[in-house]
Ligand binder design. Structure first.
Ligand code: NDP
Length: 289
């Protein structure tokens, strides 16, 4: 069966919109999300544009700060300081990747963790690890929603995560091991140094793949009945498409889907849930004021 991120996103966005309407009726202001975009990377422009559009859809205010790719680290830190201290902004994100001359870790640390709706700040990651209330990183949060709202049982299952990035694989492994409603898995976190990856992926009841290599996971690498979460999104040239490319996941969908009990498509699986989770975190930030 398909874990339909597009349909679930729409449903959650309607729930958020209803909450915003209630806030406005009660005389409160709408949640306000700001995004900083440095430079003009094509994919980043698309992501930020989409996030702004989704804010409009659910009734949030949004502000986009566009900065040239010549922006210095110091100038960006000044912008972050401004947003940290701007009471009208509930939460903000700095779109990644940043130009090479800017230290992304330094930028991340400068964000007030109470406004860190991307959930990347070490304080939020630490709280998450200790099962305390925190802004969860958007992609892992979206995956938890997909599992929970489709009633996928996780307790006691073998969960294998491929990829250990700070924004997807690593937090995902922590979340799936937590003693929580979606969690209680026995987790294996794999990466490029893992020996015999296939021995791990074949054991997985739940396989979460985030490495950025199109069609990497093939049918022989999974067992019957596996739950597949495909996070990968790679733009592959395709002259039959108007925009010149199509989006391909890390899992060979055609081959693997017939063996799976649940699977996320690409596009339309994890991607839409990521943006929706950002909206959920922003609503939370506004409500916690
Ligand atoms: P990164 O490039 O930061 O990390 C990739 C990870 O994969 C690394 O940990 C790397 O290991 C590991 N890896 C690489 N090759 C192998 C291999 N052969 N076997 C096992 N592990 C390997 O990726 P991200 O997590 O940022 O993104 C992964 C994918 O997910 C990308 O396609 C990205 O576009 C997509 N993405 C999608 C989102 C969504 O909303 N759907 C959101 C975020 C990302 P090592 O650490 O050893 O280098």
């Amino acid at each position: 069966m398909i874990l339909d991120g597009k349909a679930l996103s729409k449903q959650i966005q309607e729930e958020i919109k209803a909450e915003v309407d209630a806030m406005l009726e009660a005389g409160q202001k709408a949640p306000h999300l700001a995004a900083i975009l440095v430079g003009n990377d094509g994919a980043s422009e698309t992501y930020v544009g989409h996030k702004t559009k989704m804010c409009d859809k659910v009734g949030f205010e949004s502000t986009l700060v566009r900065l040239p790719d010549t922006t210095t680290e110091e100038e960006l830190l000044q912008w972050i300081d401004d947003l940290n201290n701007n009471d009208s902004i509930d939460g903000f994100i700095v779109q990644l990747p940043l130009p090479k001359h800017i230290d992304a870790n330094k930028i991340n640390l400068a964000i007030d963790y109470r406004k860190d709706v991307d959930g990347f700040h070490p304080i939020n990651i630490g709280k998450m690890a200790q099962n305390l209330p925190a802004y969860l990183p958007a992609t892992p949060y979206g995956i938890l929603q997909l599992l929970e709202r489709n009633g996928v049982e996780t307790s006691g299952k073998e969960c294998v995560v491929v990829g250990r990035s700070n924004i997807v694989g690593s937090p995902m492994s922590i979340l799936m091991a937590r003693n929580a409603k979606v969690g209680n898995c026995t987790v294996t976190l794999t990466h490029s140094r893992t020996q015999n990856l296939i021995e791990h992926t074949r054991r997985a009841d739940i396989l979460i793949v985030a490495l950025g290599k199109p069609n990497f996971i093939t049918a022989d690498m999974v067992k019957e009945g596996v739950v597949i979460i495909d996070v990968g999104i790679t733009r592959v040239e395709d002259s039959t498409k108007k925009r010149g490319f199509r989006l391909v996941g890390d899992v060979n969908y055609e081959e693997v889907a017939p063996k799976s009990s649940w699977i996320t498509p690409v596009p339309g699986g994890v991607g839409p849930m990521t943006v929706t989770s950002l909206l959920m975190n922003t609503l939370q930030a506004a409500k916690s004021k």
